[in-house]
Design a protein. Structure first.
Length: 64
């Protein structure tokens, strides 16, 4: 967003983080997890995700 900025360089050390990026969701909330996965899948499929990722990140969040 316009009121936020990244501080410092990207943290990419695979020793600690592996490939890709994680998101924390409650284990017990299957409905939220399903909705999140569906929305993210739609963003990736229609190209919106790639546009946003290229704008805000200097690495591939998915690691693939």
């Amino acid at each position: 967003g316009k009121d936020f900025a990244f501080a410092g360089s990207s943290v990419k050390d695979k020793k600690y983080f592996g490939d890709g990026t994680g998101v924390g969701l409650r284990k017990d909330d299957a409905e939220l997890t399903a909705a999140f996965n569906k929305a993210l899948g739609e963003l990736r499929q229609d190209g919106t995700y790639d546009k946003m990722a290229k704008k805000y990140f200097d690495f591939n969040v998915y690691g693939d």
